[in-house]
Design a protein around this ligand. Structure first.
Ligand SMILES: C[S@@+](CC[C@H](N)C(=O)[O-])C[C@H]1O[C@@H](n2cnc3c(N)ncnc32)[C@H](O)[C@@H]1O
Length: 245
């Protein structure tokens, strides 16, 4: 996997739910140590601002129970703790290494992290006020199951906000976005980890992700109404806010 041939073959390594889960665990374990630096670099310094916008997009609730899916090193969970000091925030991530880093950074009494699959959170039905995820659902082994789990744990009327890469339906945009991400993110994998496969995965996971319109349809079919959408970098990324019906 540690060469450019490995980079080109990623698609096959994530073409079934089991393979994708296994790939992600290995991939994000390898990426964890320099994940924050890579994210800041790949987003040209915009990542933190987008995450702040995500948290600012949520409704005012005095003491919400929040779940941040695919919480990584904890950025969004910590922003939630600042916005909702009387709330309770749970970060959930598949990768032990990420959870350990998040726990090490945690300075909040009301934030905790747990190692779990986002589609099997073990949380009670209708127990959560707010679900968030930055670069989260695209990594779900099965997107539909991830959305069903969000719907199951949210209270009726509960909000979810997701920041992620986004794909237009136009084939020309898709091809140029794919190669841009493949080269730009692969370059950062090569520079920071001497492994171009790391981060080039973004392009392949997006290739398997629905276009914006198909994504909206799936979101609606999963029992949500669309509240707002903000696009960044000419539609390469989207902040989508939804509400459980
Ligand atoms: C691109 S990182 C995003 C981390 C963090 N949300 C952020 O924005 O910095 C994706 C995260 O998803 C986690 N992940 C991948 N597949 C997952 C799954 N099935 N369930 C939960 N977390 C998963 C990875 O371990 C990784 O930490």
């Amino acid at each position: 996997m540690r060469n450019w041939r490995g980079v080109l073959g990623i698609g096959k390594q994530i073409d079934s739910p089991d393979k994708k889960r296994e790939f992600n665990e290995l991939h994000f374990t390898a990426a964890a140590s320099r994940y924050d630096l890579a994210t800041r670099a790949m987003s040209l310094g915009r990542d933190q601002a987008w995450k702040k916008q995500l948290v600012a997009s949520l409704p005012k609730i005095t003491a919400p129970v929040c779940v941040d899916l695919a919480s990584g090193t904890g950025d969004v969970a910590f922003l939630l703790a600042e916005r909702f000091p009387n709330g309770q925030i749970y970060g959930i991530d598949l990768t032990e290494e990420m959870v350990t880093l998040a726990e090490r950074r945690n300075r909040f009494d009301n934030v905790s992290f747990v190692c779990r699959d986002m589609a099997e959170t073990s949380l009670d039905n209708a127990s959560i006020d707010i679900v968030t995820g930055s670069y989260a659902l695209r990594n779900a082994a099965e997107l539909g199951k991830g959305l069903q789990e969000v719907n199951r744990i949210l209270k009726p009327g509960g909000y979810a906000a997701f920041l992620d890469f986004s794909k237009s339906a136009k084939p020309v945009s898709q091809v140029s976005q794919y190669w841009l991400l493949k080269c730009w993110c692969g370059l950062w994998g090569a520079l920071l980890h001497a492994n171009p496969t790391i981060h080039a995965y973004i392009a392949d996971s997006l290739k398997q992700f629905p276009t914006r319109e198909d994504y909206y349809q799936l979101v609606r079919k999963s029992g949500f109404e669309l509240i707002s959408s903000q696009l960044f970098y000419f539609g390469m990324l989207e902040l989508l806010v939804i509400r459980k019906e």
